[in-house]
Structures are given as structure tokens and as C-alpha cells.
Design a protein around this ligand. Structure first.
Ligand code: NAD
Length: 487
């Protein structure tokens, strides 16, 4: 097997194998080939991870923040040195083309480690003058945080959770998606190599049941999930029952609004990035593309022309733009929605079915698909598909398009294209979404907080904002005079 790790789990600085956990395979989505065999965590592994994290966290919390920062920055360097190897692994595990994984996965994880490594020495509380007496606040860690990953950006998600958690002095136990179990183990090795004390970052494998056990575990202080809205609801309910702090990064059905004064080529580039990057498997995708009716036909025909030039194929070939979907299950789901769109009366502009790719007869490939004349009530405009299916909806009026863009239970992201700076801000100010773009789409630098409104999530990752979600504030009142009492 091409990518078999030493063992399934990484606990207390070493690889460990479970005796009785459910076995599962990791597949290369381009061929269906088994690249690794993994065993889910059993109770012994869960207990070992908790024990290691408890011990590691004590040492780590006592380490000066500046030193914690040095370790994270060193880990960032290691990820960068190993970027090619890690990118190939991520391509094998996810099917995403190497063209993308080389720049967007371990590389963005390294940016995240470096960013929080840089913030480390600046973590501080405040001094509050009470007139003679005073109070101060300090930021303390939460304890052991549990991270749960989705399969679309495995190492990036692990870094987005680990870096802010660790810089605040927490330990983390991370469970990757069972679909993409491999790269989090590489992150754990890189952190150890960078000098992270044993037990501060641990990886355990498994399905939702392992996740749920950990969420309910009394020694876990905080849970951070990246996943779908239904999983988010389950995790939030269980975490609520046990009064755990929670960050949820969930799904979306985000709008991208293109006004008639927009730079059309740029807007089309953004629509392509917002729908076809990572074969459409991105939570923040702008899958509802509202285009002003004055430019709609021009937009649609040029979009179709550019979409048809996309190179589908061997993910390990750096000239490939679009790889397979992650799994057979995802393939079936996306093909189902392609059919639903046609049945509902949307105009199929291009794509609409699976794709035959030479030498990859068993890959989960689909054609990048554009539907036009989509209306707000169609399922393809309301439900998260998580595949390369772009819907173009027409509009004429600014107020009306804002209302339509907001008419969804989701609120992860939104974008607007216009050359009118006042309109751009006026529209963005009214969009109910946690992450917005003006004249671009889907750029998520680590400096910028990321997260959702409404059902798309709770809390924020990245930026200074994430520090709030991985630390707690202790307020200390210091009396400089005497103590008055009533009697
Ligand atoms: P998923 O919800 O099926 O699984 C996510 C993770 O949750 C997996 O690790 C899974 O094992 C675990 N899990 C499942 N049930 C659980 C339970 N009851 N308790 C604890 N853990 C449980 O999501 P997925 O299919 O892996 O990923 C796709 C979804 O993730 C999409 O909806 C996408 O929009 C969303 N996503 C969101 C973001 C974001 O940052 N907002 C990023 C990437 C993906």
C-alpha cells in the first residue's frame, strides 16, 4: 500500500495501534485503490490519548508563550520543507489535483502555524484601573481540546484547529475524517520534530461514534468540528448536554452577486474558483451565482467556454485542473443533483454527468456543470451539493437580490462583484454571512477570521478571533487598601 502509516494513531509522541477498533480503508479516489488500512480507536486508545494529553498539557501550559510560538514556527518550516511529499499524500487521500495541493493544503497549514507562532508572544490580558486598587485579566488555556475534521482539506483543517489551540497552551486530540485519515499523522510527526512535548498533539482515528465518545468525555473541555450541518447539530446537542465549549464550521449555499458594471472576466474567474476548485468540495463555495440580467447571456456563454477548457484527469499530473470527487457516495450524490436540476427545469449549459477519464475507469469523476435560469425554489439552489455544480440565477434589482441571497438557512460566505465601491459596501453590509469578498471569492488567508452566520456555524477560526475560542479569561481584583465589612 502506497501510503500506509506506521500505525493508525499518534499518541504521546509515538504511533500506536488499536487492538479492537473497526478497520477501514483509505482509498485513492482516482482509482479506488486502497492506499492505507486503518483501525478506529477503541476505548484503550481513547484512554491513552486522554492520559497523554493531560500530561502533555501540564508541561505545555507552563511553557512560556514565546517558546510555544517558536515550536509552531519550526513546525511550519518542516511542513514547507516536506510540502511536495505532503501534497502527494493529500492528493492520494483526497483525489484533489497536485496543482492545488501543492499550494493550498500543507502550505496553508504552514501559514497557519507560522501566524499563531508569531502571535504567541503577544498573548496578554489587560490592566483595569479601579482607582487605587486594580484588576487584571489573563488568558488561560481551556485544557484538552478535541478537533474533528472533514475530508476536503484534511491537513489544513488540522492546522486551523491545532495552531490556535496549542498557542494558547491547550493540548489537542484530533480525529480526522475517516475518509482522509493520513495527513494529520504527518502533522503530528512534524510537531514532535519541531520540539512539541509529547502528548500535546495527538491523533486518533475513527467514525462518528469515536467522535461522539470524545465529545462526551469528561476530560475534554472544548470541541471544534468542521463538518456538515446535520453533524454540527448532533455535536452541538451532545456538547451542550455536557456543557462543553464548541466551535462549529459547517456547510453553506453561499451567494455570489455579479452586477452589470462588474469586470466580467474577473467575475467569471471568481465563479470558477467558487464552484470548481477542489472539484466543488468547499464549504464556502458561491454556488448561487446571481448575475444581472443585462450581462447574463454574455456571462453564461463565456463561463461555459472557460469551463469546457478545464483539464480533468490524473490528479498527480500537475497540469490537471480537476480531479475526482472524494468517494462513490459523493459521486452518487452529485449525479443525483445534476439530474434534479434538469428535472426541475433549469437550463443545462455544460456538464451534467459523470466524466470518462482515460486510464482512470474507476475514478469518481464528474463534469464541471453549469445550470442557468435557476430559480430560488429549486433544490439545486437551496441544498448544499458539495460538488462542481454552479447555478446561475438572474436579477435586476439590488434590494431584491440581497433579500434572495439571504433567503437561506445557511450563512457561511458571500461575494459581490461591482466597480461601484459604495454599492459593494452597501450590499456586503446587508448580506447575512460570516465571510465576505468584494471583487474576488474564496480567498481565506489565515489572518482573516473565518466562520458562519446562521446554521453555518458557531465561533470563528483564524485571525485573532480564534484566540477567543481557545482560551478563557481570568479576572483578578487586587485590593490595595483595607477591606470594609458591614459588621
Ligand atoms: P461530516 O459532517 O459527515 O463529518 C465531519 C466529521 O464529523 C468526520 O470526522 C466525522 O467522522 C465526524 N462525525 C460524524 N458524526 C459525528 C458525531 N455524531 N459526533 C462526532 N463526530 C462526528 O462532514 P464531511 O462529509 O466530512 O465534510 C463535508 C461537510 O463539511 C460539508 O457540509 C462542508 O460544507 C463542511 N465543511 C465545512 C467547512 C467550514 O470551515 N465551514 C470546511 C470544510 C467542510
Amino acid at each position: 500500500m502506497r501510503a500506509q502509516p506506521q500505525a493508525s494513531h499518534y499518541i504521546g509522541g509515538t504511533f500506536q495501534e488499536s487492538q479492537s477498533g473497526t478497520p477501514f480503508d483509505s482509498l485513492y479516489p482516482a482509482t479506488g485503490e486502497v492506499i492505507a488500512q486503518i483501525k478506529a480507536a477503541d476505548d484503550a486508545i481513547i484512554n491513552a490519548a486522554i492520559q497523554a494529553a493531560k500530561e502533555g498539557q501540564k508541561t505545555w501550559a507552563a511553557t512560556p508563550p514565546a517558546e510555544r510560538g517558536r515550536v509552531l514556527r519550526k513546525a511550519a518550516e518542516i511542513l514547507r520543507e516536506k510540502n511536495h511529499e505532503l501534497s502527494v499524500l493529500e492528493t492520494l487521500d483526497t483525489g484533489k489535483p497536485l496543482q492545488e495541493t501543492l499550494v493550498a493544503d500543507a502550505a496553508s497549514g504552514a501559514d497557519c502555524l507560522e501566524y499563531y507562532g508569531g502571535l504567541a508572544a503577544t498573548l496578554a490580558g489587560e490592566h483595569i484601573d479601579l482607582g487605587g486598587s486594580f484588576a487584571f485579566t489573563k488568558r488561560e488555556p481551556l485544557g484538552i481540546c478535541f478537533g474533528i475534521g472533514a475530508w476536503n482539506y484534511p491537513i489544513q483543517i488540522a492546522c486551523w484547529k491545532a495552531a490556535p489551540a496549542l498557542v494558547c497552551g491547550n493540548a489537542m486530540i484530533f480525529k480526522p475524517s475517516e475518509v482522509t485519515p493520513l495527513s494529520a499523522l504527518k502533522l503530528a510527526e512534524a510537531l514532535s520534530e519541531a520540539g512539541l512535548p509529547d502528548g500535546v498533539f495527538n491523533v486518533i482515528q475513527g467514525f462518528g461514534d469515536v467522535g461522539a465518545k470524545m465529545v462526551a468525555h469528561p476530560d475534554i473541555s472544548k470541541v471544534s468540528l468542521t463538518g456538515s450541518v446535520p453533524t454540527g447539530a448532533k455535536v452541538a446537542a451532545l456538547a451542550g448536554e455536557h456543557l462543553k465549549k464548541t466551535t462549529l464550521e459547517l456547510g453553506g449555499k453561499s451567494p455570489l452577486i455579479v452586477f452589470d458594471d462588474a469586470d466580467i472576466e474577473n467575475a467569471i474567474s471568481a465563479a470558477i474558483n467558487a464552484n470548481f476548485y477542489s472539484t466543488g468540495q468547499i464549504c464556502s463555495n458561491g454556488t448561487r451565482v446571481f448575475v444581472h440580467s443585462a450581462i447574463k447571456e454574455q456571462f453564461v456563454s463565456r463561463l461555459a467556454e472557460r469551463t469546457s477548457s478545464a483539464v480533468l484527469g490524473d490528479p498527480l499530473d500537475e497540469t490537471t485542473n480537476i480531479g475526482p470527487l472524494i468517494s462513490k457516495q459523493q459521486l452518487d450524490k452529485v449525479l443525483f443533483y445534476m439530474q434534479v436540476g434538469q428535472d426541475e427545469g433549469a437550463r443545462l449549459v455544460c456538464g451534467g454527468s459523470s466524466a470518462e477519464v482515460e486510464s482512470f475507469p474507476d475514478g469518481y469523476f464528474v463534469q464541471p456543470t453549469v445550470f442557468a435560469d435557476v430559480t430560488d425554489d429549486m433544490r439545486i439552489a437551496r441544498e448544499e451539493i458539495f460538488g462542481p455544480v454552479l447555478s446561475v440565477l438572474d436579477f435586476d434589482d439590488e434590494e431584491n437580490v440581497i433579500a434572495r441571497a439571504n433567503d437561506t438557512a445557511f450563512g457561511l460566505a458571500a461575494g459581490v462583484f461591482t466597480r461601484d465601491i459604495q454599492r459593494a459596501h452597501r450590499v456586503i453590509n446587508q448580506l447575512q454571512a460570516g465571510t465576505c469578498w468584494i471583487n474576488t471569492y474564496n480567498l481565506t488567508p489565515v489572518e482573516m477570521p473565518f466562520g458562519g452566520y446562521k446554521k453555518s456555524g458557531i465561533g470563528r477560526e483564524n485571525g485573532h478571533a480564534a484566540i477567543e475560542y481557545y482560551s478563557q479569561i481570568k479576572s483578578v481584583y487586587v485590593e490595595m487598601g483595607g477591606v470594609e465589612a458591614a459588621f
